[in-house]
Design a binder for this molecule. Sequence first.
Ligand code: ZN
Length: 163
Amino acid sequence: MDSLIKETTPQLSRKRTKQKEDWKCNKLKKERYTPKEPPNLRLPYDHYTKAYRCTSLNHTDIIAFNKAFYKKTYKIYQDNFIINYTKVTTTQRHRPVNHRGNKKQMAVTYYARRGHNVLIPICKRTLLSILALKKGVLNRNFKPMGEIAQENRGGRRKTQICT
Ligand SMILES: [Zn+2]
């Protein structure tokens, strides 16, 4: 984020400078959202079904999708990126559960982009593999399914200082 407010030079400012802290903070933050390794071009499964068409992605698609994800190295961008390629549908169960009426079930579909426009449904494992993410990431990010991710963590807004 570019700030339009000009900082006064440390000598003129009465406030203690935090430049060094910010730098360290920025560096740590960036590291967390920077890929640790290049994308795995080998897909975990050879899916080519109605639900998952993982194998219809070629190496160029995998690299491009990975690159697009890591284009920006901060959490909000990456969360929103995944949300953009996630579709959540709620299905009504036909049989009542525990005699308490119908229980809604959520079905999540993940997509990757092939070429410029085509969205390919893929399995979760493939998505994680392409984006070089750990398993837990998807569960953590998608509490408010389908909504735009927001920075709503409490406490001191350190993130605002070091984005
Ligand atoms: Zn798959």
